[in-house]
Design a protein around this ligand. Structure first.
Ligand code: 4AD
Ligand code: MG
Length: 461
């Protein structure tokens, strides 16, 4: 085959957008893909195939002598050569009139996808197939595109991508929710000659030293938490984006976070138009307006203590929370977060300056002695999308806090010493990547944003 004639289905749709599709009128082209739909009336057949390049299929028109096309069942792969016809007045802007076809991969009774609607739950049990359904086909394309624009954003802004390790001996968040790693269960310390080795819960501690040299850095990779919570928002293996930048205080961090999120959401929507149209039509009718607001309206900034006041007032006015004893020090539950974002502020909020006792050891201690320069980004429907802070840059303050928390100081001396030698104020946050995919697609279970979800008591091969 002449390689210059190898178009994908996406190329054709792109040419419709560019208004150059007529250049291909009457051209002989070849496509391979899997069958989405096939109707044969006795005289004429319509076969829709998807080659993976975009959401929408290619319509192939074939005649009664085309045995391969006629035999193509749902999921079967075919290769079809034909002539392209531009059909501006029809539902699909072009079609391929088959001249020669091959049934490349037939299907048998083990093919698990059928025309009728299947539950997400069932599809989770067949992750090797579910990306052939419309919903998951669109989800994983959006996921990939979001990742691309995340890298693009940081690259354009001069951030270096640092590959922080997956194996580590520290517990960044200090929650003890780590998966332990050893080569031999009988000799757990032997391989690395270390007491504790586990899968990372966050790349932050490893990326901070790079921020103190390069100024602007980020890490983006898989993270692992042995959280025994079976919710629609928690996975045991998820991806996190963690920018860290020097000379930045809490308000600079919020500015970056907001600019970054709006950029990636806006670009992905533009790039994945076919997929986004599908989500708006079939998954969540309010998605377009919600995302319009997300990219257009400024995120409000609210202090934790103000939020506590608002929640206390809500209780006084008769609002029922499951946890209604609301006072300074409460670790807000998702019912409180949702009330704030959905009922009060009606949009994303940056909640800042939390009590130090409910936040991690590394956060900058405020002058009031009881709060830290932390910021969580809370979003309607999703809850916590990002968590971050300004970092404590003062050696003695950090050491004192770590002693209060009875941390193993020698194990973190390398990190503490960064504050002794050329310390710089710096800040960073972590974005739960799957929660961003949920936000953009309207999918409401984290399991449906991961190619192979790993969740509490829930993992397929
Ligand atoms: O708030 P977290 O725990 O913050 C950190 O790990 C910091 N070290 C990040 C930093 O400052 N560099 O986690 C960050 C985000 C959360 O806001 C949430 O979106 C996501 O990671 N996340 C999870 N996503 C899916 N499943 C889980 N079990 C998650 N735990 C946290
Ligand atoms: Mg958090």
């Amino acid at each position: 085959m002449d390689l210059t004639e190898k178009y994908t289905i996406k190329d054709l749709f792109d040419k419709v957008e560019d208004k150059t599709i007529s250049e291909l009128e009457g051209k002989e082209l070849t496509f391979g893909g899997y069958t989405k739909n096939n109707r044969f009336s006795g005289t004429i057949g319509f076969l829709n195939i998807n080659d993976g390049s975009c959401f929408l299929p290619l319509q192939i028109v074939y005649g009664p002598s085309d045995e391969a096309c006629k035999a193509a069942k749902l999921g079967a792969t075919v290769e079809v050569k034909g002539t392209l016809h531009v059909t501006p007045e029809a539902k699909q802007p072009f079609e391929l009139h088959a001249t020669s076809s091959t049934l490349v991969g037939d299907v048998d009774e083990t093919y698990p996808l059928q025309k009728k609607k299947t539950s997400y739950e069932y599809l989770r049990s067949i992750p090797q197939w579910r990306m052939k359904t419309n919903t998951f086909n669109a989800v994983f394309r959006v996921r990939s595109t979001l990742a691309y624009y995340i890298h693009e954003y940081f690259h354009k802004k001069g951030f270096l991508w640092i590959h922080t390790p997956i194996l580590t001996s520290n517990d960044c968040e200090g929650e003890g929710q780590t998966f332990d790693v050893y080569a031999d269960v009988k000799k757990p310390t032997e391989f690395f000659n270390k007491e504790n080795v586990h899968l990372t819960v966050s790349g932050q501690l490893h990326v901070e030293p790079f921020a103190l040299t390069y100024g602007k850095v980020y890490t983006f990779g898989p993270t692992f938490r042995a959280e025994k919570s079976n919710t629609t928002r928690h996975a045991a293996e998820f991806w996190m984006v963690e920018p860290e930048f020097a000379w930045a205080h809490l308000s600079d961090l919020c500015d970056l976070e907001e600019d970054f999120l709006k950029y990636v959401v806006k670009k992905t929507r533009e790039d994945c138009k076919q997929d986004m149209d599908f989500f708006a039509k079939w998954i969540d009718k309010d998605l377009p307006s919600r995302l319009d607001e997300f990219v257009e309206k400024p995120f409000k900034r609210v202090k934790y203590e103000e939020a506590i006041q608002i929640l206390q007032d809500a209780v006084k006015n008769g609002h029922k929370f499951e946890v209604s004893d609301i006072k300074f020090g409460l670790d807000l539950g998702s019912e409180h977060e949702r009330y704030l974002t959905e009922q009060v502020f009606k949009g994303p909020i940056f909640l800042t300056d939390y009590p130090k006792d409910i936040k991690a050891f590394y956060m900058k201690q405020n002058d009031d002695g009881r709060t830290v320069g932390a910021v969580d980004l809370l979003v309607p429907e999703i809850g916590e999308l990002c968590g971050g802070s300004e970092r404590e840059a003062d050696y003695n303050k950090l050491l004192t806090r770590m002693q209060e928390l009875k941390m193993n100081i020698p194990a973190y001396q390398w990190y503490l010493d960064l504050r002794k030698n050329g310390s710089i104020p710096h800040s960073g946050f972590g974005l739960g990547f799957e929660r961003l995919v949920m936000l953009v697609t309207g999918m409401d279970n984290i399991r449906d944003t991961l190619p192979y979800p790993r969740c509490y008591k829930d993992m397929e091969f």
